[in-house]
Ligand binder design. Structure first.
Ligand SMILES: *Cc1c(COP(=O)(O)O)cnc(C)c1O
Length: 369
């Protein structure tokens, strides 16, 4: 069965092998060397001054950013489940919230951010997804972050890059915290969260708040190549192994191929009459709006050996989402669009003539050249 859900993503064989070695003690020079290597590679990927790794799912990193980077009042962008989650965390942590809400196919608008900041001069932090996975939407983070910093550079800009880091090169010029998670574009099992930090963010964190999610304690320890509490050693070994895989062709090749696959998949789906859901699609996944979403998913799983994701909440049964994150063999993606065309034929919606895979191949190899 091909796993094509936008997280978790498949873990490459070499990475699973690397993680199958004997358990290491985390307070040893052997593990510190492994940690140091992973940390340097992460700093380089984030392109930021500091970074931390946390033993938690991505949501733990989101919460630690709310705790340590928002003093009093946060502005959050809610155009889906994950943006909504930032708002819920802010409220649960007892901080004030201004939330901009959008339909799940609609990117945040700069004018709304301008208005919110003008009306709330005490907003000290902005929380936004780069890629909102609920609808496969790309927010204009660069534009919004740049505006926020032009108003007041002390407003912390926290970008959830869980389905963006490792998908495309992120411009971190105006970003103070960039969140990533192991089970999405990093192709690792769940359980490791990573945060890239600007030096402004490190200053803001100061002595930190909270206990487990105190970022100051982690920064202090991680600069010494260790962690405040027991490190997720297996996942950090896996992180080095995935960097080894990515570096074989280079991270730029990963970005180019991901983009080509996303573009080719979108064109292929459109060529067989399907509609792309988000107004500004992210490269991390391809999302289709279709009333037959569930029958299509079921046929893919039972007849064609492909597992794709559906929608949540009001989009349950209305959309399906195809992953583009990670080192994916192009023939697998070509098979996915072909399988969708066959499913449409099974449902009596169109006659199969190979249009999807033909379009996919034409666009993909054109993009790659
Ligand atoms: C998956 C995801 C998260 C949450 O990650 P968990 O690891 O499930 O806690 C947050 N933001 C985005 C955009 C995601 O796709």
């Amino acid at each position: 069965m091909l796993l094509f859900t936008p997280g978790p993503t498949p873990v490459p064989e070499s990475v699973r092998q690397a993680m199958a070695t004997q358990t290491l003690h985390h307070r040893t020079p052997e593990f510190e060397a492994i940690f140091k290597e992973a940390r340097e590679r992460l700093l380089n990927l984030f392109g930021m001054e500091e970074c931390v790794m946390l033993a938690s799912s991505g949501t733990g990193a989101m919460q630690s950013c709310v705790l340590n980077l928002c003093n009093r009042k946060a502005l959050t962008i809610n155009a889906g489940k994950f943006g909504e989650r930032f708002g819920k965390i802010v409220t649960a942590m007892g901080k004030e919230l201004v939330e901009l809400k959008y339909e799940w196919n609609t990117p945040a608008q700069l004018v709304d951010v301008k208005e919110a900041l003008a009306e709330n001069s005490d907003i000290d932090s902005l929380f936004i997804q780069i890629s909102e996975s609920a609808g496969g939407l790309r927010h204009p983070v660069e534009e919004i972050a740049s505006y926020v910093k032009s108003v007041n550079k002390d407003i912390m800009v926290i970008a959830d890059g869980i389905t963006a880091v490792g998908v495309e090169k992120i411009d971190t010029t105006n970003i103070d915290a960039l969140v990533a998670g192991s089970q999405k574009a990093f192709m690792l099992p769940p359980g490791l969260a990573m945060i890239g930090l600007s030096s402004l963010a490190v200053d803001r964190i100061g002595d930190g708040v909270d206990y487990y999610f105190n970022l100051a304690s982690e920064i202090k320890k991680q600069r010494q190549n260790t962690t405040a509490y027991t490190a997720p050693t297996t996942l950090i070994i896996g992180l080095n192994a995935i960097f080894d895989e990515i570096e074989k062709e280079g991270v730029d090749t990963l970005y180019t191929e991901t983009k080509a696959r996303a573009k080719a998949t979108q064109s292929a789906l459109e060529s067989i009459g399907l509609s792309i859901y988000p107004k500004t699609p992210a490269l991390s996944m391809s999302t289709v709006l279709d009333n037959d979403a569930e029958p299509i998913r079921k046929l893919l799983k039972t007849k064609y050996g492909v597992n794709i994701a559906g929608g949540q909440d009001h989009l349950k049964g209305k959309i399906f989402r195809i992953n583009q994150m990670g080192l994916i063999a192009v023939y697998e993606s070509a098979w996915v669009v072909n399988a969708i065309e066959m499913a449409l034929s099974d449902l009596g919606r169109r006659e199969f003539d190979g249009t999807a895979s033909r379009t996919f191949n034409r666009v993909y190899f054109n993009e790659i050249d």
